[in-house]
Design a protein around this ligand. Structure first.
Ligand code: AMP
Ligand code: FE
Ligand code: FE
Ligand code: ZN
Length: 282
């Protein structure tokens, strides 16, 4: 069984439609894939229909952008939550709306130095999609400013850049509570991805675990090997699930579907613990 629990479509910052991601997952030889768009579940229905056609299983999921009081960015994966849960829906709607205003602000700043307009960015955003820096990167690529998204993130769009603007994001422990309230399984995404920015310390892990965190995404290319031992010890001590995933974004990132996998027993646990919706099987 080949199980990859982290992939994005153009419902957020992936480059393929939800159906396209299912087709790519089948082509990559996966048996199970999770669709985990940023702050949105809008791709679930299309992905479910395509997964059935492709003969693979779909784990409906989402990746929630969070920020600690110390200003550290945390990504929280949620699997099998009820997408209509009012409390969770309210938080992700707030984030999604704030992302739009924030992207507009970043483009205003960028347009002072680069040939870039809001229209250029919107051109790369599917209708209703969660807007993010990758869409701004796409517009910078089209303008010939950078070669690809990776170059944009290594320079103009980093969190240290003078063009960077923050957006509203819930506290990670609150997000964990909301996911649990919605019947979902919360898993801390790429927890030690230090190249993306500062990473959290013991206190945040404690708060998230106390709030009901159920897993850690340890097998992910952005987790440096040095940080993984800490995570393995934390998982063992607190009975947390360990997942492995690609964080596929289509052509938007080098990450390939199936480059990291999750054990079948872990998926079984996720299915038992997740009560907000079900795994879609062919
Ligand atoms: P945002 O959520 O708007 O702050 O943008 C962060 C998103 O950009 C992350 O969720 C990643 O999917 C994407 N991202 C981060 N680093 C890179 C990179 N080096 N290349 C392409 N995409 C990236
Ligand atoms: Fe992303
Ligand atoms: Fe992430
Ligand atoms: Zn992701």
């Amino acid at each position: 069984m080949r199980i990859d629990l982290h992939a994005h479509s153009n419902v957020s910052d992936g480059t393929e439609t939800p159906a396209g991601v299912m087709i790519s997952a089948a082509a990559a030889g996966l048996d199970v894939v999770a669709l985990t768009d940023h702050d949105s579940t809008d791709g679930w229905a299309q992905a479910a229909a395509a997964a059935k056609e492709e003969g693979i299983a779909l784990v409906p999921g989402m990746e929630i952008s969070c920020r600690t009081q110390q200003g550290i960015s945390v990504h929280l994966l949620s699997y099998l939550h009820d997408p209509t849960h009012p409390g969770l829906l309210e938080e992700i709607t707030k984030s999604k709306d704030a992302r739009l205003t924030r992207a507009e602000r970043m483009v205003t700043l960028l347009s002072e130095d680069y040939p870039l307009s809001w229209d250029d960015v919107i051109h790369h955003v599917a209708p209703g999609a969660t807007v993010g820096r990758p869409h701004i990167a796409d517009a910078l690529v089209a303008a010939g400013v950078v070669a690809d998204r990776s170059e944009a993130f290594a320079s103009i769009l980093t969190s240290h850049s003078r063009y960077f603007v923050q957006h509203y994001a819930p506290d990670p422990a609150i997000a964990v509570e909301l996911v649990r309230a919605a019947g979902g399984v919360p898993v801390f995404a790429h927890p030690v991805a230090s190249a993306r920015g500062r990473v959290v310390g013991d206190r945040t892990y404690r708060e998230m675990i106390d709030a009901g965190l159920l897993g850690l995404e340890i097998e992910h290319r952005d987790n440096p090997e040095a940080g993984r031992d800490y995570l393995r010890a934390l998982a063992a001590k607190n009975g947390l699930l360990i997942t492995g995933s690609s964080d596929y974004h289509g052509a938007g990132k080098p990450n390939r579907l199936g480059e990291n996998l999750t054990a079948p027993g872990v998926l079984e646990m996720i299915e038992q613990l997740g009560t907000g919706t079900q795994v879609v099987r062919p």
